[in-house]
Write a protein that binds this ligand. Sequence first.
Ligand SMILES: *[C@@H]1O[C@H](CO)[C@@H](O)[C@H](O)[C@H]1NC(C)=O
Ligand SMILES: *[C@@H]1O[C@H](CO)[C@@H](O)[C@H](O)[C@H]1NC(C)=O
Length: 309
Amino acid sequence: MKLQYLLFALFTVFVIQVQANGGYDDYEQWEHNFPDTCQELFKTEHCNECQSLMWNHFKNPGQCATAFNLGRDIFEIIKDSGEEPKPYDLTFFKKGLNKYCHEEFHCSQDKVEKIYNNIQKVCKHELSVKFDWSDNPENFKNITAYAAYGTLLTYYTGIPAREALCTKNKHNNGDFYSFEFIEKLTQWVKNETNADPKAVVTHDLKFVIKGNGKKVRVPKSFFCDPCWRKIAHIYGDYIKDHRLKKSVEKNIWGSCHDLEKLYLPHCTYKRGLGEILKDRSDSKLSERNANPAFGVLSHRMNKLHSLAI
Ligand SMILES: *[C@@H]1O[C@H](CO)[C@@H](O)[C@H](O)[C@H]1NC(C)=O
Ligand SMILES: *[C@@H]1O[C@H](CO)[C@@H](O)[C@H](O)[C@H]1NC(C)=O
């Protein structure tokens, strides 16, 4: 039986993917038949340097690989439960997050910087491939290039992602900000798509794509949500302090400025009405033609990793 109907929510960099169908359709197949060589994974006769480097990171991710490690914890909890996750049910995500945040985390800036700089160097060609991050992730056909972005971002955001995922909101029963936000977003997707189990959220968090291919815009007011802003600032500050190569940054989210405009817009707050986005920044944003993605790592990448270890 295929695990078709699964909601899998994964924080990736800035991008939170609330996937009704977590791409688990081929999960079981992978579980029984996971590639045990780099060549098999990338379906090639000879792995190039970048593919070999990624393969090594999948096999031996270390603690800096926050998104991989969270994904592994969620996957293990699903496996141990023996249950099939239901669409739009965040139970497993919540348990996995709890488990992950109680584990130790040792990752120094020095160490992680060496790792991500090396990925930028070794995977230079792969990281020059341009993707439209508003597209359905199914359409990213160059798996090597796609995996290169995912691996780079996993390490690059290892330190801020840990903090963003695991910071608790003292004002609200001490739940994680990350969980509160993802819960709201999930509810919205569920309602908006009539609980379509095939709905996917694009990597740039701009759209939900329904099973029938129809795209629905994620309201920008989500970027004014206090929980979102809390976590977005953690990433934003890190990204400003620790820069990637210009060309790579450009392929991922345009400039730092674009990134902030989209994910940390100016918001005004009105009592009783919740948070309202300022119209000015809103209309400008819709004119953008670049498609920034705060993050790229997908459930697909995560699956690769969870099963590789
Ligand atoms: C993926 O991109 C790399 C880097 O540009 C290129 O060498 C490779 O041929 C591409 N692979 C596919 C399947 O298009
Ligand atoms: C749920 O979705 C419907 C139709 O897309 C919309 O009209 C309605 O306002 C939504 N309700 C909530 C609470 O978001």
